[in-house]
Ligand binder design. Structure first.
Ligand code: PLP
Length: 218
């Protein structure tokens, strides 16, 4: 299957109100260009340096989403152009994004990443950390970040019941957070293997890589 065919196929499974992030990490410029020619404008990367190189080389109407774990010392490289940072998993990182946003005179859209999987290797805030962050006075004072919603990754398993349970819990957290931050609208959950379940559980943004670009060679 070709990239345009794969894209069309996925798009036909996704309602208009769900945003497709085409995850192009490790993939060459030509693959992104092929998806771009087919109309795709939102791309996800998990390494700041790789994303920045691609941003420099490609059309400027692409929206670049940082979906990976972010080190604070790398924020400055993407601060001028990044459209959405999905993996904000600490207050210290959020403060650094705010600081860099200020430097570039922009408000940087962010998602808070919540730990929902059983694997401890996955990143994210737990429930208590989330509420501690959003309740703090310091959080209220940040002017150069905007929290648009939440992101989470389910356990890597074939157990659909487990995956569904984890997405449900993220949706519950999202709804609860909405009472405190009424403007949030993005719930980023679902990848190639589980995006159908994620959408059934309320996802508004899916991050799909291998089903569009093929398997990755690291
Ligand atoms: C790589 C990655 C994806 C895409 O995974 P696929 O299984 O290839 O669709 C989605 N989200 C995150 C955070 C990723 O790192």
């Amino acid at each position: 299957m070709s990239i345009p065919n794969n894209l069309a196929n996925i798009q036909s499974n996704i309602p208009d109100e769900v945003t497709l992030v085409a995850v192009s990490k490790t993939k060459p410029i030509e693959d992104i260009t092929s998806a771009y020619a087919a109309g795709q404008r939102v791309f996800g990367e998990n390494k700041v340096q790789e994303m920045t190189q691609k941003w420099e080389m490609l059309p400027k109407d692409i929206e670049w989403h940082m979906i990976g774990h972010v080190q604070r010392n790398k924020v400055k490289y993407m601060a001028p152009y990044v459209s959405l940072i999905h993996g904000v998993d600490s207050f210290r990182l959020l403060k650094e994004i705010d600081k860099q946003g200020k430097k570039y005179n922009r408000v940087i859209p962010c998602l808070l990443q919540i730990h929902i999987a059983e694997e401890s290797t996955k990143f994210g805030l737990d429930e208590r950390e989330l509420w501690d962050v959003v309740a703090s006075d310091e959080f209220g004072a940040l002017q150069n970040i905007a929290i648009h919603g939440l992101m989470g990754m389910a356990t890597f398993t074939h157990d659909e019941t487990q995956i569904r349970k984890e997405f449900k819990s993220l949706k519950t957290t999202f709804d609860a957070l909405k009472t405190k931050l009424p403007n949030i609208s993005v719930l980023s959950m679902g990848m190639s293997g589980d995006y159908q379940i994620a959408m059934e559980e309320g996802s508004t943004m899916v991050r799909i890589g291998s089903s569009i670009f093929g398997t990755r060679n690291y």
